[in-house]
Design a protein around this ligand. Structure first.
Ligand code: C2E
Ligand code: CA
Length: 497
């Protein structure tokens, strides 16, 4: 089963990796074509602007004074010679050519033009084959024009390309008449493409550059071999990590289950002292994991996992059996003490803990001592009404409830109102602020104390480490102290002695 799971994880990660890397690659190719589309637009503008400048150098003309002499032919020829992008220029009117730089058979009847500035028009000779479109620039005078043929823009002129016929473009002027021309290199749909728009007072032009799969392959920066190799190693690595994590968590679970079976969850007892009399009046029962090799594991290494996985219930039960044994063996001669046990909301979901404590209370095993419960306000209780119903049964046995970590969670006020709390445990976090007036939490401890007083609750201050804190608390009416200032949590024998 585990192998099948790992296999599925591997395949899923591998496919995901392939898709995302290919997606990234495609995205990069799109960026490249977008950049090239911009270059196309700029190049086109340059060509038109440079050609218009050259045509502006030609002298103004009018039909009635114009004669096509060898001199005029000569200056037209020179204009072609000087201009980079013009390959033919003629003096024309309507469909007629009066004079030209060199004779090229050209039917200028079939030119569609569109005005692009005050004195210039752009035109295209209508020919079916778009690979050989002919671009025409016309400079207008009153009754006659200069007409120039511009060399066609081949994609390779503006984008350095190694693939042949893999790129095409189309330029459209959304004007009347609609002009469109381009360079149609390949059959079928493009693989990548990008449109750029150019707007002037005279026209709106759209430049679209597209590449086929050959183009994409050339610009595809991540090779298939790399993608497959990367996806393979990443999937192996991730599958291994997931497998290890699962194994670890399975083994944590089975180790805890074996710990429960072998009664490895034992209590330590931390005294709660009345600072007025310096007497121990009770303790908090804190869980430790005594491993088979004799080592002791602190609760932060296993309690969060045990609480999350619902294992804490059986662990508490196992630990309580140690507590009852300790009381039975060592507690007989001690003055009355309370033993405060940490519970989680789940403990209130059913009768199990209640039945256990009921039988212990009724057996009179506890003698002069009593059990008390602590619930943290950090964990949510989904149904306060049914929790209260269960708690009332504990109260009937003489078992009271303390609110742990008071002031740090969200449940505080409503827990006090609804659950019949007897005591607030002031968290170490607030006790630590004693003597530090600038700290925001320093105000909070005063608020918690005054809240407890007005609600008629007892208080225990937790994590008290020095006599200055004891003095402050005592001045504020908090006399029950739990902390290193008196004692760390102790194993049973030391505590009872
Ligand atoms: P907690 O309920 O807030 O318990 C008080 C923690 O503060 C204990 O840590 C205690 O040793 C420590 N402490 C007490 N006085 C001082 C002090 O003066 N200075 C400092 N630095 N620490 C002090 P511990 O025993 O490590 O327990 C940690 C937490 O593990 C407990 O916090 C409680 O949330 C949880 N835990 C312990 N035993 C149980 C248990 O049986 N059931 C459940 N559900 N949780 C438990
Ligand atoms: Ca506690």
């Amino acid at each position: 089963m585990q192998r099948i799971k790992s296999g599925l994880v591997f395949i899923a990660v591998f496919i995901l990796c392939l898709i995302s890397l290919k997606g990234l690659d495609h995205f990069l190719a799109q960026q490249i074509i977008a950049r090239d589309a911009k270059i196309l637009t700029e190049k086109f503008e340059d060509v038109i602007r440079a050609s218009a400048l050259e045509m502006n150098k030609l002298p103004p003309i009018s039909k009635k004074d114009f004669n096509c002499t060898p001199d005029t032919t000569e200056y037209l020829r020179n204009a072609v010679y000087d201009a980079v992008f013009i390959r033919w220029v003629g003096v024309t009117k309507g469909g007629k050519i009066f004079c030209e730089s060199n004779s090229v058979i050209r039917d200028i009847h079939k030119i569609k033009t569109h005005r692009i500035s005050e004195s210039f028009s752009l035109g295209v000779v209508e020919i079916a084959n778009r690979e050989h479109h002919e671009l025409i620039l016309v400079r207008h005078f009153e009754d006659v024009n200069y007409t120039a043929s511009i060399i066609p823009l081949k994609p390779s002129y503006f984008v350095p390309l190694e693939c042949k016929d893999c790129l095409e473009y189309s330029i459209g002027f959304e004007s009347v008449p609609f002009l469109t021309f381009g360079f149609d290199a390949f059959e079928g749909e493009p693989f990548v493409s990008k449109k750029v728009e150019l707007t002037s007072p005279y026209f709106v032009a759209t430049f679209e550059l597209s590449g086929d799969f050959e183009f994409y392959k050339q610009y595809s920066t991540i090779s298939w071999l790399f993608i497959v190799m990367f996806a393979l190693s990443f999937s192996v690595w991730l599958t291994y990590l997931i497998h290890r994590w699962q194994k670890k968590s399975v083994s944590m679970r089975s180790q805890i289950l074996s710990g429960i079976k072998h009664h490895e969850f034992i209590p330590f007892y931390q005294p709660v002292v009345d600072s007025r009399t310096q007497k121990v009046i009770g303790c908090e029962v804190l869980m430790r994991w005594q491993r088979q090799d004799g080592s002791l594991m602190p609760p932060n290494q296993f309690i969060p996992y045990a609480e999350a996985k619902g294992l804490i219930i059986d662990m508490t039960k196992g630990m309580l059996e140690h507590v009852f044994n300790d009381i039975k063996k060592l507690g007989e001669k001690r003055e009355a003490l309370f033993f405060s046990v940490n519970i989680v909301p789940e403990h209130l979901d059913n009768d199990d803990l209640y039945q256990l404590l009921k039988s212990v209370v009724e057996s009179e095993l506890l003698k002069q001592h009593r059990i008390s419960l602590e619930i943290t306000e950090r964990l949510p209780i989904s149904d306060l009404v049914s929790a209260r119903r269960m708690l009332d049964k504990f109260y009937a046995l003489g078992i009271d409830l303390k609110l742990d970590d008071a002031g740090t969670g969200y449940g505080g006020f409503s827990y006090v109102q609804n659950l019949g709390i007897s005591t607030l445990k002031i968290d170490k976090m607030f006790v630590d602020t004693i003597g530090n007036k600038d700290n925001f939490n320093a105000k909070t401890i005063e608020a918690i104390i005054s809240f407890a007083k007005t609600s008629g609750l007892s208080m225990i201050a937790e994590g008290v480490e020095d006599s200055q804190q004891v003095a402050y608390l005592s001045q504020h009416g908090v006399y029950l102290i739990q902390g290193y200032v008196y004692s760390k949590p102790l194993p049973a024998k030391q505590f009872f002695n």
